[in-house]
Design a protein around this ligand. Structure first.
Ligand SMILES: C[S@@+](CC[C@H](N)C(=O)[O-])C[C@H]1O[C@@H](n2cnc3c(N)ncnc32)[C@H](O)[C@@H]1O
Length: 380
């Protein structure tokens, strides 16, 4: 994996323009963006060339679909450590670059972050080397199409020392929560120990409403996610299985095209949000199951016409792919944020031919790419 990333960054040199001014003063120090000194059109060409290398022999790679290059991100996790508030220095866990705005985060959440920063002076931050201290993260989230803003404080001790901070920020946010993350793992999630306001924010895609809770996964770039979900909706039919379903966003968005939708997600909170979102939208033909995907596919006896896959960056267990082959759906719609694991999974799906492949720039300025493939069972 490291080798592929190194190759991507080496390839970037070819597209690096002399004289492009990065949009952000922290570029070069902050680990958040790697490509701000590459013109946006060149970033798209770079991503296409990288994908074509990785997917050589698997599929043809066309132009990468663009996004708004700046202020697109729905979520930023600002680390509070070593006296600074910001993002980790490129390649280093021990250094945090102190920043007061982010060129890829959406504007309203940037405004809230600017207001929040001075309020955090005097709040003990977290020492990631000794595992001592209080505030680990300030997480800012914003729903693109409703503009609603969420602020989550991730703390390491079960104690609210943030009352004056919260009173200074509460009017700028639709949801404010305190989350406890008291283990050794570096997590910007945790048990909600205080729901100060709202409990969730709402995003709307083509009239379908999604409540997003503090710990819920939601795609980072709503503009691109909506484009991809529309493509997925065009491809599904019959009895549909949506594996790795998160808060059920793909299932609920595409349900109108399916006879029946079944989402499978291992996080109980995601499944609870999916059920809540199903009720809020009055969708009758979707069910959500809380299970590990491997357990589900291993014991499943239902016949599915379409299987939608959207695994995490680490990809799928090869046994999951084997069970999907045995299920023999006519079509697989595969959304991926990792072209390397996508390629490896395709190699295991012998009975399937690539019907279409598209790449989307879900993460401008960074070395990440989202892809969408439709695979059809040969002879189906
Ligand atoms: C990339 S997200 C996709 C979410 C959703 N499809 C969407 O568009 O919002 C991957 C999801 O897979 C879930 N997940 C990861 N490993 C899993 C497993 N082994 N079994 C079930 N769900 C899993 C994660 O909790 C996460 O919600």
């Amino acid at each position: 994996m490291k080798k592929n990333k190194a190759r991507f960054l080496a390839l970037a040199e070819k597209y690096r323009d002399v004289g492009i001014a990065p949009a952000c003063e922290y570029f070069g120090r902050c680990g958040g963006c790697r490509f701000q000194d590459i013109a946006y059109d060149n970033q798209l060409l770079l991503k296409r060339e990288y994908l074509a290398e990785i997917l050589n022999g698997v599929c043809d790679v066309g132009a990468v679909r663009p996004s708004s290059p700046l202020h697109y991100r729905n979520r930023m996790d600002f680390v509070t450590a070593f006296g600074n508030i910001g993002l980790r220095k490129s390649g280093s866990h021990r250094h945090v670059v102190d920043i007061d705005s982010c060129a890829i985060m959406q504007q309203k959440s940037n405004d809230a972050f600017r207001a929040l920063r001075p309020l955090l002076a005097g709040i003990e931050d977290y020492n990631y080397l000794r595992h001592t201290g209080y505030l680990r993260y300030a997480v800012l989230r914003q729903a693109r199409f409703t503009g609603q803003v969420m602020v989550n404080f991730v703390i390491a001790e079960r104690e609210n020392r943030l009352r004056h901070v919260i009173s200074g920020i509460v009017d700028r946010a639709d949801s404010v929560s305190i989350l406890l993350s008291d283990g050794l793992a570096d997590l910007s999630f945790g048990e909600v120990i205080e729901d100060v306001k709202g409990g969730a924010i709402e995003e709307i895609f083509d009239g379908i409403r999604f409540a997003i809770a503090p710990n819920s996964f939601f795609q980072s770039n709503s503009e691109v996610a909506l484009e991809m979900y529309r493509r997925i909706r065009e491809e599904v039919s019959g009895n549909v299985l949506d594996l790795y379903s998160g808060v059920g966003s793909i299932s609920l968005f595409a349900a109108a095209r399916a006879d029946r939708m079944t989402g499978v997600e291992m996080l109980a909170e995601g499944v609870a949000m999916a059920n809540r979102n199903r009720e809020a939208n009055g969708i009758m033909n979707a069910d959500f199951i809380c299970a590990d995907v491997l357990d589900f596919v291993k014991h499943n006896e239902t016949r599915f016409d379409t299987v939608v896959l959207d695994p995490p960056r680490s990809g799928m267990n090869p046994r999951v792919v084997r069970y999907i082959r045995q299920m023999a759906p006519g079509k697989i719609v595969y959304m991926s944020c990792n072209p390397v694991t996508f390629r490896d999974d395709c190699a295991l799906l012998d009975e399937y031919a690539m019907q279409s492949f598209e790449a989307f720039d879900m993460f401008p300025q960074t070395p990440h790419i989202e892809t969408l493939a439709v695979l059809r069972r040969r002879g189906a």
